[in-house]
Design a protein around this ligand. Structure first.
Ligand code: ARG
Length: 454
């Protein structure tokens, strides 16, 4: 018989029961469920709602179950639906009567909400660790490449010269924002719903703050109905995961391009590459492609949970059991991608010569050439036009700006002098971008220093 079977005349259809069961996936919450139950039992005993001896038997029974689950000695059953009832049933088998008092002043509705919040909090701590490792891998490469010139792009066209360090530090900043976003989610997840009962609160003299303290929650929920119906924290968590995946995906897209023969800016390490079953020469950046591909999954998780929640009347509805698979999938996907990405970028070979050669193409010093004329007193618009014409001339002749000869330049504008060529060297162009946050080597070194301090 089901734990709730009192009012039923016959058993649930076995296939339907198995179909509706969530134990197949929510068993991931076993630790949090046990932690939550121990805190609940202690609170009940402190308040004199259950006997202290019973609470102690409940606690040691639950700790034993946790050990056995970890050792792989426990098999869960669909008959007991979910992780909460499976553990309660196991406890009853093991300690008997006291176990039957555990669910006093509690519902599975506040129980599952509390368990899931505890799980999300722990998971965010893990993600923060992975993000920190990823950022330090980027920082390590950036430190070695503050003078490595490469093309900076807009519209995928050569725009202005930048350093590889500068480019990578742009990603560093994205992943730093991801960290901040997850901490932000952590703060709103750190509110304990336990003690809300099914939806309306409970009729016992409970001490919710005490339970919250035991569980390490910073606060308790203010409205029982909201507490059991709210999954914002899970949605926010998956949303932060989706944004982080988007960052990984943008970077992977670039690394894939950079691995191509056309760019050849990097070479993926063999340990992060795959070959072809037919073309013997192939070395493919599959791991970067997989990370890019898995981004779609996490977006799907986000849309899935948002759609599940969109029309649910208050308070708990069974639909909400569908929150877990997107949550767990987003977590597993993000965490694995973060660690594969970190290993992959740490191992890839960087080819500064190819980057420098590419940087020579595409007139990336044209803005600096115009700025040179501005320094000689010309208005920027006029300077822009002159350099534009000069670029058109160079395109026709198949030469770079710095290969145009001074006599010709003087014909175009008398402001051109010998010092021009020095100003439009690529490293000079890069170092001239010394505005705060610019690509000048000195500025990027500052950015790296600040990052290291953090
Ligand atoms: N397995 C359920 C879930 O994850 C637990 C809560 C069940 N509550 C209920 N009233 N049926 O949502």
């Amino acid at each position: 018989m089901k734990l709730w079977g009192g009012r039923f005349g016959k058993d649930m259809d076995a296939d339907v029961s198995a179909w509706a069961a969530s134990i197949g996936f929510d068993k991931l919450l076993y630790k949090e469920d046990i932690e939550g139950s121990i805190a609940h039992a202690k609170m009940l005993a402190k308040q004199g709602i259950i006997d202290g001896g019973d609470a102690a038997r409940i606690e040691s029974g639950l700790l034993g179950i946790a050990e056995d689950i970890e050792a792989g000695k426990v098999s869960f059953s669909d008959e007991n639906e979910d992780v909460h009832m499976n553990i309660e049933a196991l406890l009853t088998e093991r300690v008997g009567e006291p176990a039957k008092r555990l669910h006093t002043a509690r519902s599975r509705n506040d129980q599952v909400a509390a368990d899931t919040r505890l799980w999300v909090k722990n998971d965010i701590l893990e993600i923060e660790g992975l993000l920190a490792a990823l950022r330090s891998a980027l920082l390590g490469i950036a430190k070695a490449h503050t003078a490595t010139l490469m093309p900076g792009y807009t519209h995928m066209q050569h725009a202005q010269p930048v350093s590889l360090a500068f480019h990578l530090m742009a990603y560093y900043e994205m992943f730093l924002r991801d960290s901040a976003r997850f901490w932000d989610v952590y703060g709103r997840t750190d509110v304990m719903p336990l003690g809300s009962g099914a939806l309306a609160g409970v009729s016992y003299d409970t001490d919710r703050r005490y339970a919250a303290e035991l569980l390490g929650f910073a606060d308790i929920s203010a409205n029982a109905m909201d507490a059991v119906s709210d999954r914002d924290f899970a949605i926010e968590y998956i949303s932060a995961a989706a944004i982080c995946m988007m960052h990984l995906s943008r970077s992977c897209e670039e690394l894939i391009l950079w691995s191509s023969q056309e760019f050849a800016f990097i070479e993926m390490d063999d340990s992060f590459s795959t070959g072809s079953s037919i073309m013997p020469q192939k070395k493919n950046p599959d791991m970067a492609e997989l990370i890019r591909g898995k981004t779609g999954r996490v977006y799907g998780d986000l849309i899935g949970i948002l759609t599940t929640m969109k029309a649910l009347p208050l308070a708990y509805n069974k639909d909400m059991q569908e929150d877990k698979e997107p949550l767990f999938d987003a977590s597993a996907t993000l965490k694995s991608c973060l660690s594969v990405y970190t290993g992959m970028v740490g191992a890839m070979k960087i080819k500064p010569d190819a980057m420098a050669a590419a940087a020579k193409k595409g007139f990336m010093n044209a803005t600096d050439a115009a700025d040179y004329l501005v320094s000689k007193g010309l208005p920027f618009r006029k300077a822009h036009e002159i350099i534009g014409k000069l670029v058109a001339y160079c395109v026709e002749k198949g030469i770079a700006l710095e290969e145009a000869e001074l006599p010709l330049l003087e014909q175009i504008a008398p402001e051109f002098e010998e010092g021009f060529f020095e100003k439009i060297g690529l490293k000079a162009c890069m170092d001239a971008k010394a505005s705060q946050g610019g690509t000048a080597e000195a500025r990027v070194l500052e950015e790296i220093k600040a990052a290291e301090k953090r």
